[in-house]
Design a protein around this ligand. Structure first.
Ligand SMILES: Cc1cc2nc3c(=O)[nH]c(=O)nc-3n(C[C@H](O)[C@H](O)[C@H](O)COP(=O)(O)OP(=O)(O)OC[C@H]3O[C@@H](n4cnc5c(N)ncnc54)[C@H](O)[C@@H]3O)c2cc1C
Length: 497
């Protein structure tokens, strides 16, 4: 007798390993999940739309019986309806879900959703003094033969083109071609009606509901990839870090995190498409390498780091941060143009690009002293691509230095001058990025120096940050007191005060 395959919302794999021998598939859309903490309305839509498109395909393609538990209060309630059946699922992508399925006696099989299995990453990490992404990335390039010559050496003679990929936006702005968008269908209409009904029953969502922007099926994912490679990859590199005013939030980014994280496109397919375009269309190596680095470097590294420290992430807090998540992250205006602009963009699109996440949302959280796991939970709430495996290492580890420097060599702390260089936000802000105290002092700058003050010992011991400590020590007492006072008022502003 065959088994019953449970397919989870972020494992929409068309070649799901559990399909072999399955005589029935089940999916669960639990309302309890929606009630646990507010989710971005678009995220809730994407996962449901993805699940329902998959269900329709499996019925049509494989003639399988697919039972969709749409009204289920909880996963347990849905599974209880399959008592006596052998339940199989792919190993979930986060520890909590994995434990829950193990607790229900579900047989777990490898998903094959990532290029690097957690055990292989652990083997790579074993015995190393430093777990740097760069070292991991070079091995990935060699083992998958991406942008390397026959001797395994990097094309162009360098592994890293970061220095060319950090350009500030031009003074007269930056225009990128509009990214490809999927066309909504009757499944989306049904999902929208169901989520409206859930909202009417009291489920609270974060963010706006807009026509679907992100891919949830393999066909859509390939269309996004093709569009990105043909129209935006060429300029991806130089403008990777640039931030702009609202209006063109996606710039030259790929919009692939949603379909990649849902499992509807394979990372190597994305990388090969970029590599092919490099050879066929003479795209700049710096742009192509920049993209490859994100997908087989950062993404796989973060996946490995999540599982390596899966038990520790929720309590990791190397800097002993104590500030609860400030209201500004939930959309209460702070009066800081950079933060308010990025948070408004997240509410509208469920999206911000990497540097907005790291150097605005992350850096302000770091220097203000936000408790890491609170920021992780918020990111999960607020983004269309949020998942614990990717948020924990990125938000807690990389942005908030919660792991004490296992992932990055120094905290990503910066003042307003960085934001001023990389974005137009400061031009129309009431505060001046170069001023650290006084009436027009930039709160981001004040928080930066206050951060240096609060962590002098750790920062002085690191040769990449020691200079800031020397500078801080040269400030006179009045300046230091004024900076501390401005930082204290900045924290109040963050909380709507
Ligand atoms: C604080 C913080 C939180 C983040 N949270 C998430 C998250 O919840 N989900 C998520 O998928 N990514 C997250 N990232 C990583 C990255 O910012 C997003 O993957 C990217 O912005 C998604 O947009 P894109 O698809 O247009 O990416 P592009 O800029 O076009 O990059 C290409 C792809 O590379 C991968 N990638 C790049 N950097 C990373 C990274 N650091 N970690 C993992 N994958 C990476 C993504 O799959 C992305 O689609 C976070 C980064 C930071 C600093």
């Amino acid at each position: 007798m065959g088994h019953t395959l449970l397919i989870l919302g972020d494992q929409l794999l068309r070649e799901h390993p559990g399909l072999d021998g399955a005589n029935r598939v089940i999916t669960v859309e639990s309302e309890a999940m929606l009630r646990r903490r507010p989710l971005h309305r678009q995220r809730a839509h994407l996962v449901r739309s993805g699940l329902r498109h998959l269900a329709a395909e499996l019925r049509e393609r494989d003639g399988l019986e697919v039972i969709e538990h749409r009204g289920a209060a909880t996963l347990a309630e849905a599974l209880a309806q399959h008592d006596g059946e052998e339940l199989v699922a792919a190993i979930p992508n986060d520890l909590g879900a994995r434990r829950a399925l193990e607790g229900h006696g579900v047989r777990l099989v490898d998903s094959g959703q990532f290029l690097t299995a957690p055990d292989d990453f652990a083997a790579w990490a074993r015995g190393r003094r430093r777990l740097r992404m760069e070292d991991f990335y070079r091995e990935q390039r060699r083992s998958f033969g991406v942008l390397v010559d026959d001797a395994g050496e990097p094309l162009g003679g360098r592994w890293n083109f970061d220095a060319e990929n950090r350009q500030p936006p031009p003074k007269d702005g930056l225009n990128a071609p509009e990214a490809w968008s999927p066309r909504e269908d009757e499944i989306d209409a049904e999902v929208r009606a169901d989520l409206d009904a859930a909202a009417a029953r009291g489920v609270v969502f974060f963010g706006a509901d807009v026509p679907r922007r992100f891919a949830v099926t393999p066909a859509e994912a390939h269309a996004v990839l093709e569009d990105f490679v043909a129209h935006r990859l060429r300029e991806f590199g130089p403008w990777q870090d640039a931030m702009v005013e609202p209006g063109n939030p996606f710039l030259f980014h790929s919009l692939l995190s949603v379909p990649l994280n849902l499992g509807v496109i394979d990372p190597l397919t994305c990388v090969r498409a970029a590599e092919e375009a490099y050879h066929a269309h003479d795209l700049p190596l710096s742009s192509v390498e920049g993209f490859v680095r994100q997908v087989i470097g950062w993404r796989e590294y973060v996946w490995g780091m999540y599982w390596l420290r899966a038990e520790q992430w929720p309590d990791a807090n190397a800097l002993r941060a104590e500030l609860p998540l400030p209201a500004a992250y939930r959309g209460v205006e702070s009066g800081w143009n950079c933060l308010d602009t990025v948070v408004a963009g997240v509410a509208q699109h469920g999206y911000a690009h990497h540097i907005e996440r790291l150097m605005v949302l992350g850096t302000i959280g770091l220097t203000a002293g936000v408790v890491p796991w609170e920021l992780v939970r918020w990111f999960q709430t607020a983004f269309v691509d949020g998942a614990e495996w990717v948020m924990a290492p990125n938000a807690a580890g990389m942005a908030l230095f919660a792991d004490g420097g296992e992932m990055v060599t120094k905290p990503y702390a910066a003042g307003g001058n960085y934001i001023s260089k990389m974005s137009p936000h400061c031009k129309s802000c009431q505060y001046k990025p170069s001023e650290k105290h006084g009436e027009r002092a930039c709160p981001v700058t004040a928080l930066y120096w206050d951060f240096v003050d609060r962590h002098t010992e750790r920062l002085a011991a690191n040769n990449r940050t020691a200079r800031s400590v020397s500078t801080w020590r040269r400030f006179d007492q009045d300046t230091r007191d004024a900076v501390r006072a401005r930082a204290a008022s900045a924290r109040e502003e963050l909380d709507g005060g």
